[in-house]
Design a protein around this ligand. Structure first.
Ligand code: ZN
Length: 313
């Protein structure tokens, strides 16, 4: 592990699943202990095999040499790798939470009753309109654009049924509003899926090709969930710049809230504020305030998409 330290790279290690990411600037190497297959910026390579014992990661001499070369990769080579790996995001899905008989959180305030399902639909429509103006060549989808009920399954099916080619990805953004018994609670937060939210158990009876595919998919998933974290960060920053002076930034949170089967997808869930707080709840019913929220979400998405599509991660 001296190599990682000395090269200024960062190791993200999951001891339970014996998987890790080595990150240095734009370079992301995913590995799984006991497999010689690694994924370097979405490309598959072999020949670097980690072993793990007594709480430490080890590499044999050959693998150590390869890792050393990868981490010292010269700029020119890296530019080529980057070009080959440009991803694009042809589809963006905006998912306003709740709807119909499911009103979501309800804020019974002094002068008005604020319903989550209405607030999030209004915000989502504004975000979608802006995205459609910005990206005429992309499909901008909504899970619902009116007040009707959808199951979790129906929401996610829309995403999982999209056909993607290699090097295409989808982003999925769920919009919600918060509630608390504590009437003072207020602020916005963004949730992302934790790494390794989908468990792939390797079947010993699979043939080698299938095994390899399964390993690669598992590794790519880790990269995609890292991207979910980045998308969440961009949206949080976006919101902070438009409503940070009026509401509290409660930060990024990691949680499994639903399972999206599609691997090529970064998904986040935004809690835009508390309908149960007198001031914030009434603001969430005002067009001017939710326009600021939609600007923040939109700016965050654009930051992420542009960086992702230009290969500058
Ligand atoms: Zn909700």
């Amino acid at each position: 592990m001296d190599i990682i330290d000395k090269s200024g790279a960062e190791l993200r290690w999951n001891p339970y699943r014996e998987k890790g990411l080595i990150i240095k600037n734009d370079l992301v190497i995913s590995f799984l202990v006991g497999s010689s297959t690694i994924v370097v910026n979405s490309k598959v390579f072999t020949g670097l095999e980690f072993t793990y014992s007594e709480g430490q990661l080890f590499l044999n001499k050959e693998s150590a040499d390869l890792l050393y070369r990868l981490l010292k990769i010269d700029q020119e080579y890296f530019e080529i790798v980057k070009d080959e790996n440009l991803f694009n995001i042809p589809v963006i899905i905006i998912d306003p939470g709740h709807g119909g008989r499911d009103s979501g959180a309800i804020g019974k305030l002094e002068n008005i009753v604020v319903q989550e399902k209405e607030v999030v639909l209004n915000i989502s429509k504004m975000v979608v309109e802006k995205l459609r103006n910005e990206y005429s060549h992309k499909k901008i989808l909504m899970t619902r654009d009116e007040d009707y009920f959808l199951t979790l399954e129906q929401r996610v099916d829309l995403a999982n049924n999209i056909e993607l080619e290699a090097k295409q990805a989808v982003i999925y953004i769920s919009v919600h509003a918060n509630a608390s018994l504590n009437k003072n609670a207020q602020g916005f937060e963004v949730w992302y899926l934790p790494k390794g939210y989908r468990r792939n158990v390797l079947d010993k009876n699979l043939d080698d090709n299938l095994k390899l595919t399964t390993i690669i998919n598992a590794l790519k998933e880790d990269e995609i969930s890292l991207e979910g974290q980045e998308l969440a960060g961009d949206i949080l920053d976006g919101l902070n710049s438009t409503i940070g002076n009026m509401s509290s930034n409660r930060g990024l949170k990691e949680e499994i809230w639903f399972v999206v089967r599609k691997a090529n997808m970064a998904s986040v869930l935004i809690e835009v504020g508390f309908v149960t707080n007198e001031l914030e709840g009434s603001r969430l019913a005002e067009k001017e305030y939710i326009k600021k929220i939609s600007d923040g979400i939109f700016n965050g998405i654009v930051d992420f998409v542009d960086r992702y599509e230009n290969g500058e991660r």
